[in-house]
Design a binder for this molecule. Structure first.
Ligand code: ADP
Ligand code: MG
Length: 236
């Protein structure tokens, strides 16, 4: 495993967490070459403004807290901020929202990130099959996964041809090809994401579950907007 990856995981363990915070999960992804949104963690309102200027507007702010796994459920995500005033207000609003919903919450910081333009959303996930080990999953976001369960699975490691098949075999494949006026998806970018995710899963057995959801896919390139990693093993 890469030294930096080990550090991220051992920090979570030390803090008695069985999941990675979004900035940790995205850093891990970035180590394996996965295309995550640009981000910084701010510890104050002024830092958030500075980070937003470096990253460029529009911006998304999100809560970073060991007590919060589902950020939007507690008012911890504010999208599409366009200027300094917007950042300052949203920074305070997230603190208020999260404190009201999660009594005693510890907020480690506010994640400042690039807002990815909306597009077709896909999901790449991973779970461990008790018998066969890590499996990787691909599907389209939203109702396609949640209601239609239109997904494909493979055991890892996968090769390029497996990644191509995974993408081609979902029922909604035509949407990725640009049916009904949807943008034609950059299939090569998706293949790369599947292959690099497979590498990461092979390299880090501590990953129990992975959820890259959603991934915005464009005619050129793709962007991972949210990343969740659940770690193997009970809390110490
Ligand atoms: P949660 O922890 O609730 O899953 P997310 O980080 O997934 O929080 O944010 C909720 C939703 O907000 C996402 O599903 C996506 O639709 C939107 N979103 C979050 N971050 C971004 C971003 N950087 N660019 C564009 N949309 C985003
Ligand atoms: Mg999410």
């Amino acid at each position: 495993m890469k030294g930096e990856a080990e550090k991220i995981i051992s920090k979570a363990r030390k803090e008695d967490r069985d999941f990675l915070l979004e900035p940790e999960a995205k850093r891990l992804c970035a180590l394996y070459g996965l295309p995550v949104t640009r981000f910084e963690v701010a510890k104050s309102e002024d830092e958030a403004v500075e980070a937003a200027r470096r990253i460029g507007f529009p911006i998304v702010l999100k809560v970073v807290s060991p007590q919060v796994l589902h950020k939007s459920d507690v008012g911890g995500v504010i999208l599409n901020l366009r200027d300094e005033e917007g950042i300052r207000k949203a920074y305070r609003r997230i603190h208020e929202n999260v404190k009201a919903k999660v009594p005693g919450v510890v907020i480690e910081g506010i994640l400042v990130q690039e807002m990815a333009p909306s597009s077709t959303e896909v999901i790449v996930g991973a779970i461990k099959d008790p018998t066969f080990g890590p499996t990787i999953m691909f599907g389209l976001g939203g109702i396609f996964v949640e209601i239609l369960r239109d997904v494909s699975f493979r055991l890892v490691p996968i090769e390029r041809v497996d990644a191509e098949e995974m993408i081609g075999e979902i029922k909604a494949y035509k949407i990725l090809e640009g049916a009904r006026g949807m943008p034609k998806a950059d299939k090569e970018a998706l293949i790369e994401i599947l292959l690099k995710t497979s590498d990461m899963l092979m390299d880090i057995p501590e990953i129990k579950e992975l959820d890259l959801n959603p991934i915005m896919v464009y005619e050129k390139g793709a962007k991972i907007v949210d990343a969740r990693v659940i770690l193997e093993g009970a809390k110490g």
